[in-house]
Design a protein around this ligand. Sequence first.
Ligand SMILES: [Zn+2]
Length: 503
Amino acid sequence: MTMDVVPDRYEAVIGIEVHCQLRTATKMFCACAAEAEPDEGAPNTRTCPVCLGLPGAMPVINRRAVEHVLATGIAIGATVPPATRWDRKNYFYPDLPKGYQISQYDLPLASNGSLTFDTSHGPRTIRIRRAHLEEDTARLIHATDADGRKVSLIDFDRSGMALMEIVTEPDVRTAEEARRYAEELQRLLRYIGVSDADMERGQMRVEANVSLRPRGREPFGTRVEVKNMNSFRSVERAIEFEIERQSTALDAGETLRQVTRGWDDTRGVTYVMRSKEDSEDYRYFPEPDLPPLRTDPAWLAVIAARIPELPAARRARYVADLGLSPYDAGVLTASREMADFFEAAVAAGAGRPAPVPAKAVANWATGELSRLLNAAAATPRGRIDRCGISPADLAELAGLVDGGEISGTSAKEALAVAFETGETPAAVVSARGMRRISDTAALAAIVDAALGEHPAAVADYRAGKAQAVGFLVGQVMKQTRGQADAALVGAAIRARLDGDEPA
Ligand SMILES: [Zn+2]
């Protein structure tokens, strides 16, 4: 299946819900250590009466988690109410020891924001209805025991971890938009440092509500919730599949049911998981063990001041101020580390005696350096802040190429060596004699030596075979290991042979 399979007669109406684990040292309502990596260490070792839901245990709010949601709200331009409160969402499931989840119902920490991102059809803005804070559930593990019986195990280490839920308005229209929204949201959360948001590790979980309506009609169709998409690619594929499935059913005159469907990545299909509960089923009511939370303007100002320039703003600035293509701007802002590195390199380049254009720095960052980082992705050196190349190194290398002092080929080689060894590219260039030979006296001596060693070629040239120069140029280039300028060498040979002096 390819992109945008929405048939012309239908319009897809898609809303996205994202749960992401917040980067905090401790859990949401207790002092237990939060897992830095999912499922790390022995199970059930990070628990206490609060996150095990024992009677009488009292929750205490994690201030950092609240600040992370407020930072997210500010970053998406949302409204933060002067006060908020906590609610109990009641349901029974083995991964929820209290029989309820502490969440936020009608007073979320942030509401009415938006996120703008690029798509293959141009920029899109999706409204975000709300972002609120809640606690994660325990982890259920379905396994087979030593006697071959199917068993379900519970690891409470995840129980009570701080979780943020971000819900869009039903503004998304295509599977591609859904994927791009999720990618941009991940980038934003990482830039502001509130979550690692790794989908493969379950730190960011994306669900989509998908319905179709005849094009031009206002009322929504029956919506289906799609879960279990654990990569951006899965998000796009699952929604494409669901649009196709629903349009085929509607064409056949079938009535769709409101259900939750799971995505089977291997088979490439969605399947019915359960019929969908309405929110009334949860019997929300205010949490009696926690006081309402006031969001003091001075506190919000401190949080706002910590938010760095966001990816969309950086992309726009790179295009407008540095003259980069939207594509290069996208690559350079894909992570905050890369963007910070690039900007430091541009600053270093601008400060050199012969200022290096930002475009030249961008070419090396998006090209050869990115290639080396990707190739080393599985190692510590695959991180730009640990790769052995500093921003000043990259600027210097770009400057050497830009100034014609070394060839592009030599620069690639120097960068690769520097990447591996931690030497500076400039040191590699000097140690390996990679600088172009621009000294005409030095070049003349090498030309003379080549002419002396190949009298037959010289004789051929004098006999009118002009192409003999090519052979002689090749000999000089070989002698200088490519460090001479071939055009200059050709001119020097012709000048020497066309003069009267015998070679
Ligand atoms: Zn605990």
